[in-house]
Design a protein. Sequence first.
Length: 162
Amino acid sequence: MAKQKAVYAGSFDPPTHGHVDIVKRAARIFDEVVVVVAENIKKKCLFTIQERLDMVSDLFSKTQNVKVDSYSGLVVEYCKKHGVQTLIRGIRSITDYEYEASMSRLNRELNAQVDTAFFMAQKEYVHLKSDMVKEIAQFGGDLSHMLPDKVAKKLMQRLRSS
Ligand code: ADP
């Protein structure tokens, strides 16, 4: 049987415990999970594409069936190019649900070969958002339950130098 590949795309600016949890859960189900760091020209990121790639790669360097890549186009095009049938998304709230439901319908219109699989956020991470984490960090809040240690250090360094 063909390998069941899934893509988990996002900006990961920075990657949080919430993202890590989704990747690990997906990696138990799919043969291969590719975390695709989006080079989103519309969204102003604190970290460069290379920095986000490095952080994400470091987090999953020991997880055999998780690969990391970057992409600047439509995620369904990435899937077509690499023979991926499933998109992974996380849902934290009704707001995420509404947005993700329309995105998944839109993506199916663009490429009917690709479907989206949703993972509900764990209760510890349900309020965790990269943007919110950056705000908390600016005010010196405790990041240990939100970010992996290395990511938290990088974020504090970046905020001190900016
Ligand atoms: P954010 O929405 O935090 O800026 P991304 O754009 O990187 O993050 O989101 C990529 C995907 O990860 C989206 O499907 C988003 O809903 C999901 N996600 C983000 N944070 C969490 C979390 N804490 N728990 C579960 N899913 C999450």
